[in-house]
Write a protein that binds this ligand. Structure first.
Ligand code: SAM
Length: 286
């Protein structure tokens, strides 16, 4: 049975219609499934966190290759299906919960220790309606993760893997760049899913850095300044920072930028991560 037939068979057997609000688009392309697992370099020394396993298409290959797979799935119907399919595997576990509410830090640390595994990795075909909150949680919670290999909407992958200064640069580009190296590893057409989403997709891989790319006194302050700078992307940085009430008016902002050798006409996307870190430290000291 190929993957399309198998997916239809499981959906019929359990009388499943895909939930649009839960972002359910099931993978039916076996090359993409193996491409994801190959790019994540999954081995028996790995603990894999799979977010949104759905009917278990990716899970099946992960269970063969990984030391342990912990699936986190919100939809009880999916939890029942993958429990039926995989409960005989010793390295399978499923948590029926919203991934944004799961204490991932302790789960990862406990399982690495308990099963004597070397690395923790996230591998997933993510629900697109909460891609950004999931990725930011994975990064900001400082989890002991080696990499994150996930399918997301193509435009989102382009924005998240952009280098600062590029065409697609946004505030989130800097956050990703602070924590990780990033790349798009597979382009995926919408025909690789049932039901086919309206958009095309891409698999991106984030490889976590041992320590953040730049040193800054207060990380929250850095992200806040980047957010304010990008709120009015078309304005100059001077005006965005002034409207965001950073420092005491336009003159102080211009003085700071001059001292930091930053062009007064620069816009947010022209700055490097290092320059934002310098601004954050300057503001912190003022
Ligand atoms: N992994 C499957 C595949 O590739 O065929 C399904 C991927 S589908 C794009 C996304 C999955 O995420 C669905 O199974 C959906 O129920 C699940 N999901 C949606 N919101 C979630 C949340 N907040 N926490 C955990 N899982 C969620």
């Amino acid at each position: 049975m190929d993957l399309i037939q198998e997916t239809k068979f499981i959906m019929n057997k359990y009388n499943i219609t895909a939930s649009k609000s839960l972002g359910q688009n099931f993978l039916i392309d076996s090359e993409v499934v193996s491409g994801i697992v190959d790019n994540a370099e999954v081995s028996k020394e790995d603990l894999i966190i799979e977010i949104g396993p759905g009917l278990g298409t990716l899970t099946s290959l992960l269970l063969e290759r990984a030391g342990k797979v912990i699936c986190i799935e919100l939809d009880k119907r999916m939890v029942n299906i993958i429990t039926d399919r995989f409960s005989l595997y010793e390295n399978f576990e499923v948590i029926n919960e919203d991934v944004l509410k799961v204490p991932l830090k302790s789960i990862i640390e406990d399982n690495l220790k308990m099963h004597n595994l070397k690395n923790a990795k996230v591998v997933a075909n993510l629900p697109y309606y909460i891609t950004t909150p999931i990725i930011m949680k994975l990064l900001e919670d400082r989890l002991n993760l080696q990499s994150i290999t996930v399918m997301v909407q193509k435009e989102v992958a382009e924005r998240l893997t952009e280098t600062p200064g590029g065409k697609e640069t946004g505030a989130i580009t800097y956050s990703i760049n602070y924590f990780a190296d990033s790349e798009i590893v597979i382009q995926v057409p919408n025909t690789s899913f049932i039901p086919a989403p309206e958009v095309n997709s891409a698999v991106m891989k984030l490889t976590l850095l041992d320590k953040p790319r730049v040193r800054v006194k207060d990380e929250k302050n850095l992200f806040n300044i980047i957010k304010i700078a990008f709120m009015q992307k078309r304005k100059t940085l001077v005006n965005s920072l002034k409207n965001g009430n950073i420092l005491d008016g336009k003159e102080s902002i211009e003085k700071m930028l001059t001292e930091l050798n930053i062009d007064l006409k620069a816009r947010a996307e022209n700055l490097t991560l290092e320059q934002f870190a310098q601004i954050a430290d300057y503001v912190e000291n003022t």
